[in-house]
Design a protein around this ligand. Sequence first.
Ligand SMILES: Nc1ncnc2c1ncn2[C@@H]1O[C@H](COP(=O)(O)OP(=O)(O)OP(=O)(O)O)[C@@H](O)[C@H]1O
Ligand SMILES: C[C@@](O)(CCO)CC(=O)[O-]
Length: 314
Amino acid sequence: MVKVFAPGVVKLFGEHAVVYGKPAIATTIDRGVFIECEKSDRLIIESIGTPSTLVYLPEEGRLEALGAERFFAYVNTALKIARERWGKLKARFSIKSELPPSIGAATSAAVSVGILKAYSLCANVEVSKEELAKLGHQVELNVQGIASPMDTTAVAIGGVLKIWAHPFRVEKLDVSLPQFYIVVLPRRGTTGEIVADVKALLDRRRSAQSVINAIGEVVEEAEGCLRRGDLNCVGELMILNNWLLGALGVVDNRVMTLLDLLKTFVYGGKISGAGRGGVVLILPKDETVVEKILSATGYTYFKVSISKTGVVAI
Ligand SMILES: Nc1ncnc2c1ncn2[C@@H]1O[C@H](COP(=O)(O)OP(=O)(O)OP(=O)(O)O)[C@@H](O)[C@H]1O
Ligand SMILES: C[C@@](O)(CCO)CC(=O)[O-]
């Protein structure tokens, strides 16, 4: 049996501005998606613990999972691309995610790249990280119509990466961070809708471009702070990046309330990804107090570390 771990991804700096030519800094984390593949007499995919509404049709003795086909779109497309590339495979795939979907932690990229990796191993084909990144991006493009290569590249390569989307370039940064938290807020809107709203703002108001430029400068300065391991600087620039994202309309009161609640006990924090809820990164100074506050106030959160590797066979 083949077993693969595909990490989730968070953006330390530069989301949204990356769409307009600025670099972003993303990192893989030690929570993600586990995928098993075992040869079988037919193709079966099971995804454990996924949300779906079950409808029972007693007259037909049949059970339907509402929305499940759409949910499996990334899996289906990854399997189709893998089959075209590496030939037909009859196998049982089992998917188990440690992260909720649709919060901005790149579960779609982890599932896409993870299925491709598991399929290739099960079919005894060797595939480079670069090819996995390219095919993973193809899966996201096919399903979403529009997608930056940031998440799929990060899942395939792993570690802390400086990424330019247009033209595409990636640089691995040899930096580390202590453990941090990802707090999960219900997200209002999809990544596509939020990216479209930011584009509309930039089309409407010429001065909004200066916010994008400022985010680009924050990313460059943050790279220096990360390389020096200067957490005060990293945290302060996270807050600055978050205010700039607020100016683009993607940070709401729930995020500001959370950051305000924790401010004495953290270096900094910011949304990660498209925003309007979803993942909020918290870089703690005092882990014990931060955890006490998060638990007492009922937030959903995960303590995570940077993962230095991308998708791996385990
Ligand atoms: N365990 C899983 N099994 C199968 N498909 C999954 C699983 N987890 C996530 N997905 C797919 O990924 C989709 C979530 O992707 P979406 O792009 O909305 O969010 P995300 O990747 O978590 O965040 P973002 O792209 O904003 O970083 C789900 O709707 C589903 O199609
Ligand atoms: C908001 C954005 O920058 C990150 C979403 O995770 C969009 C993208 O890069 O495609």
